[in-house]
Design a protein around this ligand. Structure first.
Ligand code: MG
Length: 220
C-alpha cells in the first residue's frame, strides 16, 4: 500500500504509529545535566492521541503537563533496515507537532523503573498541524521552531540543534520497527517547555512557514 502526497495529508488517519525521540536537542541535553544519549531514546504514542486544529488539548485534574514543540516527519515510503544515506527518500512530508507530556508520570515511573506510556499517550497528547509537503521545506535540518503560551515565547530554537539527525532517527528506528506510509516520527523538543493549565492558549510554528493554535482545557 502506497499513498500519494495528496493522500498523506490524512496522515493522522492512515498512519499506524507515532514514534517519539526523547532528549534529542543538544541544548536540552546540556540543561538536563544528563550524559548525551549514545543512541536515540525512542518511545511510542498511540495514534488516538492525535488532534488537529479546531480541537482542544485536554488535561486531567492535578496533572503536570508540559508542551514540547517538535518537527514531525511523515513517512512516505515503507522501509526497514533503512540506511542513513537512503533515509530521506522515505520522507513523504512533515508536520509541526506538540509532544504533550505528563511529566510527573514520567518522573515517577522512571524512578521506579516502570513504563511511562500514560505520560506520553493520554488522549489529545499529540496535537499536529496540517501536512507540509517536502516542496515547502528546503532544509528540514535548518528550521526555526517556536512556541508561545498566552502570547509569551517559551521555545525558540532551530532543528539544526538536533543530536540525532532526521536520517539517523529514521535509520535507527527502522532497524527494529518497519516504518510505514503515514507513520510519524516526532524528532524531539528544544528546551523551554513548561507546564500548561486549562485556559491557556498554545501557539507554535515553523519560522514563517506555518503557525498553529491549540487551546487547553480541563478533561471531563
Ligand atoms: Mg518530546
Amino acid at each position: 500500500m502506497s499513498y500519494t502526497t495528496e493522500q498523506l495529508k490524512n496522515f493522522t488517519k492512515i498512519g499506524k504509529k507515532i514514534i517519539g525521540a526523547g532528549l534529542n536537542y543538544k541544548e536540552l541535553v546540556k540543561l538536563s545535566k544528563q550524559p548525551a544519549p549514545k543512541t536515540p531514546i525512542i518511545f511510542l504514542k498511540p495514534t488516538s492521541a492525535y488532534i488537529t486544529e479546531g480541537s482542544s488539548i485536554e488535561i486531567y485534574p492535578d496533572s503536570h503537563v508540559n508542551e514540547e514543540v517538535e518537527l514531525g516527519v511523515i513517512i512516505g515510503r515503507k522501509g526497514r533496515n533503512i540506511s542513513v544515506a537512503d533515509a530521506m527518500s522515505h520522507v513523504g512530508g512533515y508536520c509541526l507537532g506538540l509532544d504533550m507530556t505528563e511529566i510527573s508520570i514520567i518522573n515517577e515511573c522512571q524512578a521506579k523503573g516502570l513504563p511511562w506510556a500514560l505520560g506520553k499517550g493520554f488522549d489529545t497528547a499529540c496535537p499536529v498541524s496540517r501536512f507540509i509537503s517536502c516542496d515547502e521545506i528546503q532544509d528540514p535540518g535548518n528550521l526555526q521552531l517556536w512556541l508561545k503560551v498566552n502570547g509569551k515565547t517559551f521555545q525558540d530554537s532551530n532543528t539544526s540543534d538536533m543530536l540525532f539527525s532526521i536520517p539517523e532517527l529514521i535509520s535507527y528506528v527502522s532497524k527494529y520497527i518497519t516504518l510505514e506510509e503515514g507513520d510519524m516520527i516526532l524528532t524531539g523538543s528544544p528546551p523551554g517547555f513548561d507546564r500548561v493549565q486549562p485556559g491557556d492558549v498554545i501557539e507554535a510554528g515553523i519560522g514563517n512557514i506555518l503557525a498553529m493554535k491549540f487551546p487547553v482545557k480541563a478533561r471531563t
